[in-house]
Write a protein that binds this ligand. Structure first.
Ligand code: ADP
Ligand code: MG
Length: 677
């Protein structure tokens, strides 16, 4: 495809350099891209009601004849008000336009218009302020777009109309005819026309379906191609008769069914010719580390080194301690390699990694950097927590070696999203928590209840337990530090008088953080006042209460992760959410948090409310943006697209046929940011 459709948007009729710049700021550089500026929703003017039945105080669609345009009044400097009377035979209404004389001037007396706007007033006198209107003969379904500064709805609509005129003259199609027939998909040109200017709601639905399908299909194709690309041979095929029963017997607990199943899947992968590429997904506290330890044991028995990467130093230390405890009794040597290891120790450790003395290497992701050489690194485990994205995963695969890879994620994500983000991985899910865990009780209160909440905290502390208080992370790290510090000072003076308090935040050095964390873990600090630094996987079973301040500032999944820090021992645990935000949305969120501990359910809600972009915060998941599909509810469509992608690749693994040429080009373009490399 080429021609005007893919030329600079600036040169499209009616646009020019100023508007062109505004579009560029939206990421729109060609008329074709403009066509993918998809309507947020539609105004359906076919839903007109008689004026006598219009609901006052709400938006209504009306079909009105303008009776008389009144003279424009200048209320005060810079504010002009224009009015007109109108009727539909059932009643009369006054139309009011503020400072919008241009629009007002287009109205003609004795003509019929479709109008949309809020109706105010009473039975005797009705008014409609700043109505949106269409003339008779216009398309009754009008698109509504996300608005941007300097580009009004009308401007965008008209520009898109022109882009469609270009499109119609440069017919194009991205999907092979056979796929369109099999999945009952409308042609591209028709779909783009109808997603913007549908004749009726059915054609809007069909258009959206086709475009969403294509979008998800490309995503799935890209992911699957990535997956098959990494399926080269591995030099680390292990022996499937490796006996792990002694190790399993030695663990301080019996694996749950979910852990067992995941372990079986992983060890089976390790014995195949192709490298494992697996996501281990499990709620906080589901015991993923134990599963990882089995994988390390299995590899060590096969004479193969494993590396376990954690996103933070605190976590690395914790994993190191856990793995040492489990593995060293079997003569398996575990080392810790992080930024804070001294240079001298580091080189000693590196030597022993190269010589093969160490079987298991734990650390931050520095352990896969170039200066660390391994004797036989055959298994790389990342405790991901969404901190490493698709791009990083494929970067590792591109290192020339083909180790087995296991990614652990603590955020349970809906299956559709998992398919999308981890489409390049196989997935193991641990659904249940170990037995005997007491569910965390969660309460949401306002600031007025803070003192009572802290009474409760003090009671637990007096019983010898510990507590966390989480303050929201503030972007600017200096104020983050200040906020936590001053909060701590006040708390010590008031609510936590007599108890030992330490603070933990992102601005501290790794050493400092470690010291504070260790002290808390050893029970020498009663209360840890912290930011979300503590979010990832820290395990202190004696901590039984968590207070979260300004709870409205956290995402649902994030709160779920945070509160997973408590409830890790034999004690009953609670989480108290404090917020003064009384908006309906916030209340709804707090209600979800206090009514369920099912991480999957929570993340689904989270996704629904925030959309996939915000769901991941700033984390670079490295995926192309999804514009048409709504991945929080297009579950079925995602699965259909996945199936279709598998079908296409089965017949044409590298998309080399003439039919698939267009698709391939688009996928290469989409994934060019590091993924297809
Ligand atoms: P996560 O999946 O959040 O990383 P961890 O691996 O940190 O979970 O495990 C949480 C806690 O549960 C740890 O204290 C661990 O020792 C314990 N644990 C793990 N598996 C089991 C089990 N099968 N039965 C009882 N406790 C377990
Ligand atoms: Mg963990």
């Amino acid at each position: 495809m080429s021609g005007k459709l893919f030329g600079d948007i600036e040169y499209m009729k009616g646009i020019g350099s100023i508007k062109g710049e505004k579009y560029r700021r939206l990421g729109i550089t060609t008329p074709y891209e403009l066509l993918f500026h998809i309507p947020r929703n539609y105004l359906d003017f076919s839903r007109c009601v008689p004026l006598s039945e219009a609901v006052t105080g709400e938006n209504n669609f009306l079909r009105l004849t303008v009776i008389k345009k009144l003279p424009v009044q200048s209320v005060r400097k810079g504010l002009a008000v224009a009015k007109a009377t109108a009727t539909d035979g059932t009643d009369d209404i006054l139309l009011v336009f503020y400072n919008n004389i241009y629009t007002f001037n287009t109205l003609k007396e004795n003509h019929i218009y479709y109008m949309y706007g809020k109706v105010t007033g009473n039975l005797i006198k009705k008014e409609m302020n700043a109505p949106v209107f269409l003339s008779e003969g216009d398309n009754l379904i009008q698109p509504v777009y996300r608005l941007t500064k300097g580009l009004s709805l009308n401007v965008i609509r008209n520009d898109i109309k022109r882009a469609i005129e270009i499109l119609v003259n440069e017919p194009s199609e991205t999907l092979p005819e056979s796929i369109r027939r099999e999945y009952n998909l409308a042609p591209l040109v028709w779909s783009l026309e109808n997603i913007h200017f549908p004749e009726n709601s059915l054609s809007a639905d069909n258009a959206r379906y086709r475009l969403a399908f294509e979008e998800l299909l490309k995503l799935q194709l890209g992911m699957l191609m990535l997956k098959s690309r990494s399926k080269s041979h591995t030099a680390f095929k292990m022996n499937k008769n490796t006996d792990i029963s002694d190790f399993l017997d030695s663990l301080p607990f019996r694996l749950t069914d979910g852990q067992k199943k995941a372990t079986d899947e992983i060890t089976a992968d390790l014995c195949r010719d192709v490298p494992m590429n697996r996501l281990l997904q499990g709620d906080v506290g589901s015991g993923k580390t134990a599963v990882a330890s089995v994988a390390c044991y299995f590899s060590a028995k096969n004479g193969i080194q494993s590396a376990l990467m954690a996103p933070t130093e605190i976590l690395a230390v914790q994993h190191y301690n856990t793995l040492c405890g489990f593995l060293e009794p079997f003569g398996i040597n575990v080392c810790l390699l992080t930024g804070s290891v001294t240079a001298k120790n580091k080189s000693a450790i590196r030597e022993k990694i190269l010589s093969g003395y160490y079987d298991v290497i734990v650390g931050t992701h520095a352990i896969i950097q170039k200066d660390v050489e391994y004797k036989s690194l055959g298994l790389v485990i990342t405790d991901e927590q969404h901190r490493f994205g698709v791009a990083q995963r494929s970067a590792l695969a591109g290192k020339g070696i083909s180790p087995h890879r296991l990614v652990m994620s603590a955020t349970p994500i809906p299956r559709t999203l998992a398919l999308m983000i981890y489409g390049d991985l196989d997935i193991s899910v641990i659904r249940q928590l170990p037995q005997g865990r007491k569910p965390i009780k969660t309460y949401a209160v306002t600031g007025k209840m803070r003192h009572r909440a802290f009474n409760f905290v003090r009671d637990r502390l007096s019983e010898g337990r510990q507590a966390y208080v989480v303050c929201p992370m503030i972007e600017d790290s200096d104020s983050e530090l200040l906020a936590v510090r001053s909060y701590a000072e006040n708390a010590v003076k008031e609510d936590l008088r007599g108890f030992s308090v330490e603070i933990l935040h992102g601005k501290m050095s790794a050493n400092e953080k470690d010291r504070v964390m260790k002290k808390f873990r050893d029970g020498n600090t009663d209360v840890l006042i912290c930011t979300t630094v503590v979010e990832v996987g820290v395990d202190v079973p004696n901590a039984v209460v968590m207070v979260i301040e300004n709870a409205e500032r956290f995402g649902l999944s994030q709160i779920h992760q945070l509160r997973g820090r408590v409830g890790r021992g034999q004690f009953e645990s609670s989480c108290i959410l404090i917020t003064d935000n009384l908006s309906e949305e916030c209340r709804h969120r707090m209600k979800i948090m206090s009514s369920t501990t099912d991480g999957f359910k929570i993340s689904e809600e989270d996704l629904k409310m925030r959309g996939p972009g915000d769901f991941f915060g700033n984390a670079q998941h490295g995926l192309p943006p999804v514009k048409v599909a709504d991945i929080s509810c297009d579950m079925e469509l995602m699965q259909t697209a996945h199936r279709c992608a598998e079908e296409i690749l089965l017949a044409d693994p590298l998309l080399e046929s003439e039919d698939n040429k267009c698709l391939k080009n688009e996928i290469v373009k989409l994934f060019q940011n590091g993924i297809t490399g």
